[in-house]
Write a protein that binds this ligand. Structure first.
Ligand code: HEM
Ligand code: HEM
Length: 149
């Protein structure tokens, strides 16, 4: 893998994964607290974490870079290894397999209209992208520990 491609991959991964994880915290773990009684405060109350607009914008700028970076290494790093037993690495296979559900669900989130379809894509995106982050880290840690790590 060329150093430029590795850098782009690592940086875009940090940006996409980082903004995604912060967003997940803001949206699903953070508690907004009760609605304020004061009518003036209520007008300003959004019920969502104040970082969400920024994190959403950053995520939407970062993810095309990640998709591009994976495309950049696909022909040289990913595709040849999928069919060669000697080069198999479980975390690599997982990364390759998760790419489609992660990207498709992310895009589908923006076009989902009904609450049911939104829910389906939120779960698909959440599970596939969280697994992707874990697999990516493991893929790096496993380097130098033999071909099957
Ligand atoms: C790298 C790991 C990633 C993580 C941890 C992650 C996490 C998240 C989270 C938590 C949300 C918010 C879901 C919600 O409640 O609405 C989200 C939305 C989204 N993600 Fe990701 N994501 C990742 C990668 C990607 C990738 C590769 C794409 C590429 C298409 C992508 C595209 C999107 C889009 C388009 C949205 C929806 C924006 C909207 O609702 O308007 N994400 N992501
Ligand atoms: C989207 C999928 C994948 C991504 C994003 C990815 C990413 C990476 C990165 C960033 C490195 C470190 C390279 C370096 O430091 O020069 C690496 C190394 C490695 N990957 Fe992957 N990889 C993917 C798929 C795969 C697959 C499918 C396999 C094998 C089945 C694999 C096997 C390896 C091996 C053996 C190494 C260490 C030796 C080397 O650098 O060639 N990877 N991968």
């Amino acid at each position: 893998m060329k150093p430029g491609a590795r850098w782009l991959l690592n940086l875009s991964m940090l940006a996409a994964g980082g903004t995604g994880l912060v967003w997940a915290y803001c949206a699903y773990l953070w508690e907004p607290g009760p609605e304020p009684d004061d009518p003036e405060l209520f007008l300003e109350w959004t019920g969502q974490h104040p970082w969400v607009p920024l994190v959403r914008t950053a995520h939407l700028f970062a993810v095309p870079a990640l998709v591009f970076a994976v495309g950049l290494i696909w022909a040289s790093h990913v595709a040849p290894r999928l069919t060669r037993a000697w080069a198999r690495r479980r975390t690599g296979l997982l990364l390759a397999a998760l790419m489609t559900p992660m990207v498709v669900s992310g895009v589908a989130l923006q076009t989902a209209v009904s609450p049911e379809s939104r829910n389906l894509w939120v779960w698909t995106h959440g599970i596939s992208s969280a697994l992707w982050v874990v697999a990516y880290l493991a893929h790096q840690v496993a380097r130098g520990h033999g071909p099957r790590a």
